[in-house]
Design a protein around this ligand. Structure first.
Ligand SMILES: [Zn+2]
Length: 308
């Protein structure tokens, strides 16, 4: 058990411990002002007993202004107690299948609406930076899946998610590396081609997909080649040509969605995908380090909608 994991249970039940935990994860031993980055800062203390001020305020001698650990993060302009944030960060990072707002509501006592708000912000923190990340290289498995909803009718067409209210998702998985997942506007060769183009460097990559027509054109650009498995003929592995890993990622999402999240609206689906990708991409870390990284990822991100 590492240090963070030992501290977390207390940070989830005690507000002072929560503030100090979040401060340490964000700033390390050397706190600085989130506005001017000066280290000439000190904690404000209560008169008399010398305890930390009620809102865990800091004072920057350069800006001559107060700040808290919430400033400049997804916690800013939220009144939800810091210990509940700690619990939600921990739960989102520690459970393989993720955590639902209902669980947060039951465990912390915050309203269900507040719990929803909290989880949306945490998912936002876990998502990649809006700045386009570096393009992937190496052997990349790409596949689509359909999740959520119930098929309206049985029949061959519902197999690919047509005629249902299921949402398409697409995932790109670099073998031995990271996964990225998106909600395409529609499963067309054009949309899929654009997502692949933005995320993979074809000059230094090999593409592995199923035989869907949507990959044919973009596949020709890959210097490393484009190999396909024929799922229609029940072919799943041919040498190292397989999309088993990306399908494994989809089954994690599906188990999580059906078990934990029930119905997820299309509007929020990309955030759920970000949460699953975050857990997958940090799979070699322990829970404590994953929480630290999640708290650090909360810095510099703001979501502009009102807390209920
Ligand atoms: Zn300052």
């Amino acid at each position: 058990m590492n240090e963070q994991t030992k501290e977390l249970p207390k940070a989830c039940s005690d507000e002072t411990a929560a503030a100090e935990f979040l401060e340490r994860q964000r700033w390390g031993p050397d706190p600085y002002c989130p506005r001017c980055e000066s280290r000439r800062v000190h904690q404000l203390r209560q008169r008399g007993n010398g305890a930390r001020s009620k809102r865990f305020l800091w004072y920057c001698e350069i800006c001559q202004r107060q700040f808290t650990v919430r400033i400049g993060t997804v916690l800013e302009d939220s009144r939800i107690a810091l210990r509940h944030w700690c619990y939600a960060f921990w739960a989102a990072c520690a459970s393989k299948k993720g955590v639902s707002a209902l669980q947060i509501h039951r465990m912390t006592g915050v309203s269900y609406k507040s719990a929803l708000f909290l989880m949306h912000r945490i998912r936002f923190a876990l998502a990649d930076d809006p700045i386009t990340p570096a393009r992937m290289e190496g052997t990349i498995e790409v596949d689509e899946a359909y999740i959520g909803g119930k098929p309206r009718h049985k029949g061959p067409r519902s197999k690919r998610g047509m005629g249902t209210d299921k949402q398409p998702i697409i995932a790109l998985l670099q073998r031995g590396g990271d996964v990225r997942a998106y909600v395409p506007v529609g499963v067309t060769a054009r949309n899929i081609g654009r997502i692949i183009h933005e995320n993979i460097n074809p000059a230094r990559a090999r593409l592995i997909t199923d035989e869907s027509w949507a990959y044919t054109k973009i596949g020709r650009r890959f210097f490393g080649g484009h190999d396909t498995v024929n799922h229609g003929r029940k072919e799943y592995v041919r040498g190292d040509v397989t999309t088993n890993r990306v399908e494994g990622f989809f089954s994690l999402i599906k188990r999580g969605m059906y078990g934990t999240f029930h119905a997820v609206s299309r509007k929020h689906l990309h955030r759920y995908l970000a949460e699953f990708a975050y857990r997958y991409n940090t799979r070699k870390m322990n829970d404590g380090d994953r929480v630290t990284l999640a708290v650090k990822s909360a810095v510099g991100k703001r979501l502009r909608y009102r807390e209920p």
